[in-house]
Design a protein around this ligand. Structure first.
Ligand code: ZN
Length: 407
């Protein structure tokens, strides 16, 4: 059992009482005189529930259908094209398929971005803990006001509960005007909701903001969206900083290309970074600047992004990939990003991300390979390791083998 990224306990057990963790430690330390039902999970690791801090469930059915041929702008055009004929039913089924994949992968908390609201209604019905970020897109400054009114109407009537929070997600600096970005920041402050955006994802994005040229500028110009626009001449995070948007409730998704000046801006703001490792690989990006984020004490979470740039919605798969490919990271650091890092980014570091008494009972159980060689992380990140059981807020969310059989 892994209580937190740095404490491994053999023969571990967790007691859940009133949806909270009551005990997490060695099975032998449990007071057996207390009446309780016991679920034996076998040769498995009990870990804090895995947290996916960035995905787009609505794109699940694009799995394997969008190829990347070197231009990010072309990749975006292909997604728009592929989804053009989708009905409401198509989008709904795509979201449902995504939710199923996430649950089976052992995710207990998900931060999803919804374009049309389809995932909001579907996620509301499921047992995951969820943050639904409503996407906002409009590059026309004159439409900033009405886009914000539309956002408010989209979230109106949403019944937030202990498992659901709504957030705002202006898509990116090349699809959202600076006026709209500013309005989104204001809404986030007024409604006290989380704010997230794609940022520093590609060289093309940097060229667009610095010079107003390149593939993204061509794409927007062809759509007649650049009339009267002048490039700000700033790097992406510096641009957000200039708009007063860097705060501790901001989740910066990607951050593949960040300048020294921008690292310092994020550090100062106490904002969070969400890294999507396999999506990073899909687009053949350069080495990720892990060490810089560590040096600047910037909290890092993990996301899968969508199946338009990944083959899995599993945070465990993202961690396995990092374990295999990133020599710069200790296994504990990788594990931390998928648990406590995600919890911190989502403002829940006092409630989830660790197995500690008083924390909400969000738990993932990973079956380990039979050949246990004593190295916990080597087994945990091995290809055979897979989720067999999960609990969200004390309720069973996934039970692959029907192990849970209360008295
Ligand atoms: Zn994304």
């Amino acid at each position: 059992m892994l209580i937190n990224p740095r404490t491994v306990i053999k023969n571990g057990a967790v007691i859940i009482k009133n949806n909270k963790i009551n005990f997490a430690g060695n099975f032998n330390e449990i007071d057996k005189s207390q009446q309780q039902s016991i679920t034996d999970l076998g040769n498995a690791a009990i870990v804090p529930g895995l947290i996916n801090a960035h995905t787009h469930l609505e794109l699940t059915h694009l799995d394997g259908r969008i190829d990347f041929t070197g231009s990010f702008a072309d990749w975006i055009s292909k997604i728009i094209q592929a989804k053009k004929a989708w009905t409401v039913q198509d989008s709904t089924l795509s979201v449902r398929a995504g939710i199923k994949k996430c649950i089976e992968a052992g995710t207990t908390t998900i931060a999803d971005v919804t374009r049309n609201g389809f995932s909001l209604s579907e996620l509301q019905k499921c047992t995951l803990r969820k943050f639904v970020f409503c996407e906002v897109i409009n590059f026309d400054p004159s439409q900033a006001e009405e886009t914000v009114i539309d956002f408010k109407s989209r979230i109106k009537g949403t019944n937030e509960d202990h498992l659901l929070e709504v957030g705002i997600f202006p898509h990116s600096p090349y699809t959202v005007s600076k006026e709209l970005y500013t309005q989104c920041g204001k809404i986030s402050d007024d409604l006290k909701i989380l704010f997230s955006t794609h940022i520093c994802e590609t060289d093309e994005e940097i060229e667009f903001l610095m010079k107003g040229t390149g593939n993204l500028a061509d794409l927007l110009r062809n759509l007649n969206m650049l009339k009267g626009w002048i490039a700000p001449g700033l790097k992406p995070i510096a641009y957000l900083n200039n708009l007063g948007l860097l705060k501790d409730n901001l989740l910066l998704v990607h951050c593949n290309y960040v300048s020294q000046e921008e690292f310092m801006m994020v550090e100062k703001s106490k904002g969070h970074v969400v890294f999507c490792p396999k999506s990073h690989r899909y687009f053949h990006h350069k080495n990720y600047p892990f060490q810089e984020f560590v040096t600047h004490n910037i909290n890092m979470a993990l996301g899968t992004d969508s199946l338009a740039s990944n083959d899995s919605l599993s945070i465990l798969d993202e961690m396995k990939y990092l374990y295999d490919e990133e020599n710069a990271l200790e296994p504990e650091d990788i594990f931390s990003m998928g648990t406590v890092g995600g919890a911190t980014a989502l403002g829940l570091e006092e409630r989830i991300g660790k197995l500690e008494p008083g924390f909400d009972a969000d738990i993932t159980v990973i079956q380990l390979p039979e050949d246990v060689n004593g190295n916990f992380f080597e087994n945990f990140f091995s290809p055979e390791a897979q989720c067999i059981f999960s609990v969200v807020s004390g309720s069973v969310c996934f039970d692959k083998y029907g192990l849970y059989n209360p008295l």
